[in-house]
Design a protein around this ligand. Structure first.
Ligand code: APR
Ligand code: PHB
Length: 392
């Protein structure tokens, strides 16, 4: 096989990049190690910045998103048994966010790709990326029981945090910056109507809790738990009682309870690999960086990376200039570090550290009170949450 852009990984980053390239008339091949069923069932986040929605719309992948996505005008911050609304359109000059699950985006992109797109191979596991420094890198992969190769002009590693692309950078050509946070999230899906129209970020007595949703009938909720937590220690009643305690306010409000259909524990890590390019190998999405989910930036960053890349490949295709590709690592990393900072600050402001003392407690409250007391501070949160502008 031969192609212009070999894409490793069929998560949101790889699938969207393939659609964007297809629209520019640039051919590509997507190799995905897992089955279609597996990638379409994987539960992930679901908060989309306006720029993410626009990118999906631009490549014709937003029909269902437009019909079923829930447009949110803000979020609620809860602390000290009080609720505070952060109004995005008022604070940002009209911007909103949309709730639509990542698994649904993946289903929509897979369907389009299989209908009219360039090849998308499932159960095609990339084994090695050879000669990334040369003009024709080669990806060796396992598919239908035998080893095969695809010769490419460029290779993009969209293969997530545990992929092979990042490890292909020779020793000394890159470095990682990482921080492990001292807590995890226990996430549940429940067949019950959301208890509020908006997302609620709560700093409760026992730690952080988040109220989110997937539809008018399905709630998505998260609890801060210690690292190493086993879901077996969290029967349904214990989860609901703890959520109710952390969301408790003095005003009249109740948390709707219902059957829990999924439970999982996710550790919280901040990680950035620099640079995002080695020769003709480029990294995008979780392959290059991860953030704790408190700011809902993971998927949005993956999308902004591939928008920058698609733009750069389009310039190369149309004019022969590789300038934007040369700038890709720097442009994408500038944005990645802003999202890393925002996610870190949101996480630190709302979670209770296992070693927290009364001083930390007061400092967290002062940070939260500043946001609710100052329009300027609230506008800064709203600008970051709804997404900073994309600058190639
Ligand atoms: N060969 C082929 N495919 C691979 C390989 C390999 N060697 N290694 C990993 N993959 C595939 C995985 O099976 C997965 O489907 O790459 C895909 C990577 O997808 P994601 O992990 O979803 O990463 P990305 O597309 O960057 O999306 C980022 O996912 O983790 C969330 O919060 C994150 O929402 C963000 C989004
Ligand atoms: C989600 O809906 O899964 C979600 C929303 C916002 C976050 C994290 C996760 O910050």
């Amino acid at each position: 096989m031969r192609t212009t852009v070999g894409i490793i990984g069929g998560g949101p980053a790889g699938l969207l990049l393939a659609r964007l390239l297809h629209h520019e008339g640039i051919d590509c091949v997507v190799l995905e190690a897992r089955t279609r069923e597996y990638v379409e069932q994987r539960q992930r986040a679901g908060m989309l910045e306006q720029g993410t929605v626009d990118a999906l719309r631009a490549c014709g992948a937003a029909d269902r998103l437009s019909a079923e996505g829930l447009v949110h005008q803000g979020i609620e911050l809860r602390f000290d048994r009080e609720r505070h609304h952060i109004d995005f359109p008022v604070l940002t000059g009209g911007r909103t966010v949309t709730i639509y699950a990542q698994t649904e985006i993946v289903k929509d992109l897979v369907a389009l790709q299989l209908a009219d797109g360039p090849p998308l191979l499932f159960q095609a596991e990339a084994l090695t990326i050879e000669k990334p420094e040369s003009a024709t890198p080669v990806v060796r992969f396992l598919h239908e029981g035998r080893e095969q190769t695809v010769h490419c002009d460029w290779v993009v590693g969209c293969d997530g945090f545990h992929g092979i692309a990042r490890d292909t950078f020779p020793a000394g050509t890159g470095r990682a910056y990482a921080h492990d946070h001292p807590y995890s999230w226990l996430g549940i899906l429940a067949d019950v109507a959301p208890s509020c129209d908006e997302l609620i970020y709560a700093r409760g007595a026992g730690g952080f809790a988040l109220h989110s949703m997937r539809s008018a009938q399905v709630s998505r909720l998260y609890l801060q738990v210690p690292n190493g937590t086993d879901t077996a220690d969290w029967p349904d009643d214990r989860i609901w009682d703890e959520l109710a305690a952390r969301f408790a306010i003095d005003a009249d409000w109740t948390l709707n309870r219902g059957p829990i259909t999924a439970k999982s524990v996710t550790p919280m890590r901040s990680y950035v690999h620099e640079p995002l390019r080695h020769g003709r190998l480029l990294l995008a999405g979780d392959a290059a960086h991860i953030v704790p989910p408190t700011g809902a930036k993971g998927l949005n960053l993956a999308v902004s990376d591939v928008r920058l890349l698609a733009h750069a490949f389009a310039e190369l295709h149309r004019t022969g200039s590789g300038q934007l590709l040369d700038r890709y690592s720097e442009s994408a990393l500038a944005r990645v570090w802003q999202a890393t900072r925002f996610s870190y600050d949101m996480t630190a402001m709302l979670h209770t550290r296992p070693d927290a003392d009364p001083f930390d407690d007061r400092l967290q409250l002062a940070r939260l009170r500043r946001i609710t007391a100052s329009r300027h501070a609230a506008a800064e949160l709203a600008a970051n949450y709804t997404g900073l502008p994309l600058e190639p």
